[in-house]
Design a protein around this ligand. Sequence first.
Ligand SMILES: *Cc1c(COP(=O)(O)O)cnc(C)c1O
Length: 455
Amino acid sequence: MKDPMFQLDKELAEAIFRYCRERLEMDAPLDFGSHADSPPPSLEGLITAGGRDAIDTLQFFTDELAHRVVSIDSPGFLAFIPNAPTMNSRLFDMVVAASALNGTSWLESAGAVVAENQALALLAERAGLPAGSGGAFVSGGTAGNLSALTVGRDVGHVRHPELAMHEVRFAVSADAHSSIGKALHVLGIKALLVEPDDHCFTLASLERALAADPHPETVVGIVATSGTTNAGIIDDLEGLGAYARAHDLWFHVDGAYGGAALFSEQRELLSGIRHADSFIVDPHKWLFAPLDCCALLYRNPVMARKFLAQQASYLDVLHTADAEDLTEWNPSDFGLHLSRRARGLPFWFSLVTNGVSAYETATQAAITKAQYAAASIEAREGFELVRPVSLSIVLYRRQGWGAEEYNAWSDRLLREQVAFVTPTKWEGETVARFAFLHPDTSYELIDAVLDSMTV
Ligand SMILES: *Cc1c(COP(=O)(O)O)cnc(C)c1O
């Protein structure tokens, strides 16, 4: 007899397909996260030796758990960095799940890898990286940054054998994303922490930091950000990139959020990414792919593979070609992972079916919304911008408010299901922040959120 756990329960399948269809057809409800009227129910006793009825369990999820998650695809989600996957990418994500696709190696999954690599090649071309650049889709910006900085450290160490492994450093702006600090922590290396110029990592700020440091010779790489998460600020990619080239330093660009602006009318601001040795962008942010999906690209994938490929007797069959030959492309050779969901496929399917122009329109729409919001803020009595809008992030102040007022207002908007907007800190002060992403966020909603700060 076949194991029942591996047989399709037709009634359950129908119920799940119905659930998925209804969720895809509805306007995304904002929903409540931790802000529902009651705390999450106790799940005690739910997992038993014999298992429970599946339809009942789906109902339990629907009634008790689903609305306790804020819908990141709601056009009213304006906090953190939202995520609004295209319909085609979500539908295809279900295909990836149903097909149990593994995206680890060329041997097992060449069909998935060629498609993912087509999407990566498009991103590399947009970024101005040379033909032959490539990498893999990994779980997120954090995993992408860690993988890239591992290669950068190892290359730096090869270039400077006189330094111990733990002595090599990267020059990092004080405004770099928290995942950069975490990556250095995991790698056991330190940063040359650079105080940026008005939050922008410039060549001048780098040169100042190097001049003031007792051991500038230990800096083997530079980490720049193409759109800070808190404020959308783009570092001096041109200046830093050219400096890195001239001094044989590894140049990493973290574009997890803002790299997507390569598809917007502001793409010129990102042209310095072409200098990068490694570059990341999260399609699960502003390129409208489902979580979780980071595109990790290397200028020289052979070098990345040299330091990251896992070697084991049972994996020898994956590595039959010689060191320079990239025809057998194993995504596992370019990141820290081995097994891997073929997480680039939903993005690839959506790119192919919607076309690149649709991405350009949708990416630009978020910038247009940010500019609209800024104009509306400036026109209002008692409101002011904290700084000019950058990409799709708006930082602003309701004059006279402190942390308590911002937090109470944010809570109220979520409870009333108007929008999800959370405050941030800017130079120590609590301020309001919009992160635009969903092309369907309306001007009316933006004004309703601003109006809600005056009642
Ligand atoms: C979001 C973000 C990250 C982290 O990415 P995850 O996908 O959340 O791991 C890193 N850097 C920047 C600039 C980001 O915006």
